[in-house]
Unconditional design. Structure first.
Length: 174
């Protein structure tokens, strides 16, 4: 889980199970973009967090400006999952490519046909800026990503916002 890479178990269910199963620090990932997500990961038992999609939307990320602009326009239901039949599902923003891919998948296209369609599609979006014919991988939180900031600011905002989130949680427990 993170940055459009998905598994069969989501963060909310996965993190506590891993925490209970291992004797090493666990890093929560997937669906985390702000202080609320960080607090949730900590509540699930994680000792740290990893963010993929949030950092894609940083000034330092080398993704093409068209890619970032396309993500900024995303809503809460803008993503779809492709590649399930190939055994490596990915969450991506809907576009011309994903509609074609999903149609071919549902019609029983061979793995070779699907692979051919997908080859180079991430590069096409991230480096060439073709967000209509390329794969715009991004997490479910894409609808929450409404700005592009320096990494330093992203981290400061999340860390500095954590006390207020915890205070809010504590007020609900009184």
């Amino acid at each position: 889980e993170s940055g459009g890479h998905i598994g069969e178990i989501t963060t909310m269910a996965l993190v506590p199970q891993v925490v209970d199963a291992v004797d090493v620090p666990v890093i929560g990932a997937g669906g985390i973009a702000d202080s609320r997500g960080m607090a949730a990961a900590f509540a699930l038992g994680a000792q740290a967090i990893q963010m993929g999609s949030r950092f894609v939307m940083s000034e330092e990320c080398i993704a093409h400006p068209n890619y970032k602009d396309f993500v900024l326009k995303a809503k809460d239901r803008s993503t779809v999952v492709t590649g399930r039949t190939l055994g490596h599902p990915a969450r991506v923003l809907q576009n011309q490519l994903t509609r074609k891919f999903l149609k071919m998948e549902s019609e029983g296209a061979s793995p070779e046909e699907l692979e051919k369609l997908g080859v180079g599609s991430l590069h096409k979006a991230t480096h060439e800026g073709d967000v209509h014919n390329g794969s715009v991988m991004i997490g479910e939180i894409s609808g929450m990503l409404n700005d592009i900031k320096p990494v330093k600011t992203i981290i400061e905002d999340i860390v500095n916002g954590l006390p207020d989130v915890v205070k809010n949680i504590n007020s609900k427990c009184e």
